[in-house]
Write a new protein. Structure first.
Length: 129
């Protein structure tokens, strides 16, 4: 009986690169004209991550004409958080409105000038005037 060999495509540990290293690597592509996949291979970087670095640097250099700048990316993240929060609040209010749909109340004016809260029947027509 044969044994299966361990997969050679195991994930590599996550590495952290400082901004100076990223800038120098991107400079090789943008300033010296080297191919991104060749630089990524030479520096032992994943090509997909390196392409993201290059695209972001290119966007910063062109002030957003070729992509989102860092400030725009930050603003987009803030706006997306706001939208998520507003949608959550809207859903809560929808549920509360459905829950309280059978409890309609009405304000009517009393003879002394004040307001009285009067409960209305489900049809929405006042029971007494």
């Amino acid at each position: 009986m044969s044994r299966m060999a361990k997969s050679s495509t195991s994930r590599r540990p996550k590495r952290v690169f400082d901004d100076e290293f990223k800038a120098q690597a991107v400079r090789l592509v943008l300033d010296e004209g080297k191919a991104a996949h060749a630089v990524a291979r030479d520096l032992d970087l994943t090509p997909s991550m390196f392409r993201i670095w290059v695209a972001r640097a290119r966007a910063e250099r062109t002030r957003g004409r070729t992509g989102l700048t860092a400030a725009e990316r930050e603003e987009l993240a803030v706006l997306r958080r706001e939208v998520r929060q507003l949608r959550t609040e809207r859903d809560i209010l929808k549920k509360a409105a459905v829950h309280s749909a059978g409890r309609r109340n009405s304000l009517r004016q009393c003879s002394r000038g004040g307001l009285i809260l009067q409960r209305l029947p489900r049809s929405g027509v006042e029971a007494s005037r």
